[in-house]
Design a protein around this ligand. Structure first.
Ligand SMILES: Nc1ncnc2c1ncn2[C@@H]1O[C@H](COP(=O)(O)OS(=O)(=O)O)[C@@H](OP(=O)(O)O)[C@H]1O
Length: 296
């Protein structure tokens, strides 16, 4: 049931992206996935779309829940601490994972197991301003997809038409938001995390019902800073993408981690075109977005 959240949107994919997607799908064993993923106990689960801060929250949740990670004694890669439902490269039986089971996914709301609707599992949906998501995604594609040759302009058109892995952002966020009453879900803004990391971690702990000592809180906050994660080989994905996904990474998975980098990419004309589409698609959408580092 988990195997292909984005196949509906593969029509416009570049062949390497499509192959990557298909390879991941083929690599996922049906049996453990179908019997193990229905969250009926103390599972904490979170969800988001590409380049919105997945790795950040994988790291954060693993540190909040597991002492061996925030004390630095565990040696698991972040991706293995909070595995992706869809890309089960290690062929792990999800049902056998230690409690609380933490997962990440980019799936749309209608593709997740119906067990999530019993509301015992907690879901965190991380969202980020779409211009920065698009720029981050462009670099990611350029750096990991061997045959990716699109210009920024070409990519922007593809992206805004949902012809990228994980489909159309507008539908994804709207879908989750409009169906939020079906789930036990908290929406969190990437930019809010950037601006007030400690305050955001406290908010997340409150939602998860976790109380950390001052000392543990300090350790968690320190370890989820961009600067720490970028140079932590367990957290930065740089090795894992090459060794486990067989991709040829040119840049870094953790690239800039800033708010407003889109200003370094988009022309005035592209920005105006983007704004028109965004306003049309997100009209009356209640969540706020932060586009600039100086914005509150
Ligand atoms: N700790 C921390 N602080 C601030 N920003 C961070 C952090 N960790 C990851 N990031 C940034 O998140 C972007 C990657 O998003 P994802 O992890 O969702 O990517 S993916 O969907 O799993 O490919 C990517 O954004 P860009 O730097 O703008 O490309 C990462 O740098």
């Amino acid at each position: 049931m988990w195997l292909w959240s984005s196949l509906g949107s593969t029509r416009g994919l570049q062949p390497p992206i499509l192959r990557y997607c298909e390879d991941q799908i083929r690599g996922t064993p049906p049996a453990p996935v179908s019997k193990g993923c229905v969250p009926d106990n103390d599972l904490a689960h979170w969800v988001l779309l590409l380049r919105m801060g997945t790795i950040w929250f994988q790291q954060l949740l693993s540190l909040i829940y597991f002492e061996e990670h925030h004390k630095g004694t565990g040696k698991l890669q972040t991706m293995d601490r909070v595995p992706f439902f869809k890309y089960n490269c290690q062929k792990v039986d999800f049902g056998e994972r230690p409690s609380p089971r933490l997962f990440s996914t980019h799936l749309s709301y209608y593709l997740v197991p119906s067990g999530l609707k019993n509301k015992k599992a907690k879901i965190i949906y991380v969202y980020r301003n779409l211009k920065d998501v698009m720029c981050s995604y462009f670099h990611f594609a350029k750096n990991v997809m061997l045959q990716f040759t699109s210009t920024f302009e070409e990519f922007m058109k593809q992206f805004l038409n949902g012809r990228v892995l994980e489909s159309l952002w507008f539908d994804h966020i709207r879908g989750w938001y409009e169906h939020k009453s079906l789930f036990n879900i908290q929406f969190l803004m990437y930019e809010e995390m950037k601006k007030d990391l400690r305050g955001s971690v406290l908010k997340i702990c409150k939602f998860l019902g976790k109380e950390l000592s001052e000392e543990d809180m300090d350790a968690v906050v320190r370890q989820v800073t961009f600067e720490n994660m970028k140079y932590d080989p367990l957290a930065n994905y740089d090795n894992i993408i090459t060794t486990e996904y067989g991709m040829n990474v040119k840049g870094h998975f953790l690239r800039k981690g800033t708010i407003g980098d889109w200003k370094n990419h988009m022309t005035v004309e592209q920005n105006e075109r983007f704004d028109k589409i965004f306003q049309r698609e997100m009209k009356d959408f209640p969540l706020k977005f932060i586009w600039d580092v100086n914005e509150d």
